[in-house]
Design a protein around this ligand. Structure first.
Ligand code: PEP
Ligand code: MN
Length: 356
């Protein structure tokens, strides 16, 4: 259950409500107060309260309304926010403002190399993905690599290069943050903080990203073996820490077949639209691991109702320092952008809903 607090409620009214809460639920349930979209809310994480307790709470001067939520994730649930979430990225850093989520008409396209490899490469790559129609530039500066002997990214220099690429192209940038202590540094440069698959359940990192002082949105990639509830509870950590702007990114889950790097779980797209108000983006690059499979899975993702795509694209994919096998060319990207907006347009015009 979520209790939304009237914005005009004074401190006495709030104190009275807390007192009543202590009385009706005692120490049986954890109570978290947080601010979401400029409004204070209290999340009661236990089961449903009885009718009498609800009636008492509703009479409180500080209470605007009670929102019953039956799922363990609450602020991330569709029940809390029946209309989908939308937010703008890029405006605060001088990039071109880009809307992500339900209020955006066409799919958002995030594209760029797996890693920032150097100044010339990222500037050329950024200009190329922009010309191909991408709206946001991706590029890893801190790379979570499976082997310690693989290219680990350029670190801080990579962040500076991404900011320069934004300055020259206007594209907002997204890049990964791997540790809580680096959140503020990465937020200084990036428009969106990416939390990678390997860190989906790194709770101190999720909380730090939720608290980031610049209010940068967070793109949370699904863990290799994470259930949808675990993923949504990870998103809940970010929102409960004070940051409502979370994007979920399906990037494939681990299975037994070795033909593809992962298995793209497209079922999660319509399912998530039912369960949560958060925007969902699909990453067919990491999901398939093979560039020839990326275009068709990108089309399928849009047809399934994804709010956008994140694609690894490089002017010379075979020379990429990481994930070259799954990296598409700029020509392929241009074609995917065209097809994605065409499919979304046809769906919109013909009244096909995201969830049947
Ligand atoms: C990436 O986007 O470059 C990345 C490392 O992705 P994931 O966390 O999904 O493996
Ligand atoms: Mn990659």
């Amino acid at each position: 259950m979520i209790i939304s607090i009237r914005s005009q409620a004074d401190s006495d009214e709030r104190a009275q409500l807390m007192e009543l809460l202590c009385r009706v639920i005692g120490s049986r349930q954890p109570v978290t107060t947080t601010r979401v979209d400029g409004q204070d809310v209290i999340v009661l994480a236990g089961g449903a309260l009885d009718e009498q307790a609800c009636a008492l709470l509703e009479q409180q001067a500080a209470v605007e309304r009670l929102i019953p939520v039956k799922t363990p994730y609450q602020l991330a649930s569709r029940a809390f926010k029946p209309r989908g979430s939308s937010f703008v990225v890029g405006a605060q850093t001088g990039g071109n403002p880009v809307t992500i989520g339900s209020e955006r008409g066409a799919p958002v396209i995030i594209a760029g190399p797996c890693s920032v490899e150097g100044r010339e490469q990222i500037l050329a790559n950024a200009a190329a993905v922009k010309a191909a129609g991408a709206h946001i530039l991706r590029g890893g500066a801190f790379k979570p690599r499976t082997s310690p002997y693989q290219f680990q990214g350029l670190g801080l220099e990579g962040l500076e290069l991404l900011a320069e690429a934004r300055e020259t192209t206007g594209l907002p940038v997204i890049t990964e943050v791997m540790e809580p202590g680096m959140v503020e540094v990465v937020a200084q440069y990036a428009d969106i903080l990416q939390i990678g698959s390997r860190n989906m359940q790194n709770y101190p990192l999720l909380q730090a990203a939720g608290r980031n002082s610049r209010q940068r949105p967070v793109m949370l990639k699904r863990g290799f073996a994470a259930t949808i509830d675990e993923w949504l509870l990870a998103a809940e950590y970010v929102v409960a820490a004070g940051n409502p702007d979370v994007i979920l990114c399906e990037r494939g889950i681990r299975s037994f077949d070795t033909h593809t790097r992962n298995v793209l779980d497209l079922t999660c797209v319509p399912l998530l639209h039912e369960l949560t108000h958060l925007p969902i983006i699909v990453d067919p690059s990491h999901a398939t691991g093979r560039r020839e499979l990326v275009p068709v899975m990108a089309r399928a993702a849009i047809a399934a109702g994804a709010d956008g795509l994140i694609l690894e694209a490089h002017p010379d994919p075979d020379s990429a320092l990481s994930d070259g096998r799954q990296t598409i060319s700029i020509e392929q990207l241009e074609e995917i952008v065209r097809q994605a907006s065409m499919i979304a347009h046809v769906m919109q015009e013909s009244g096909i809903k995201q969830v049947a």
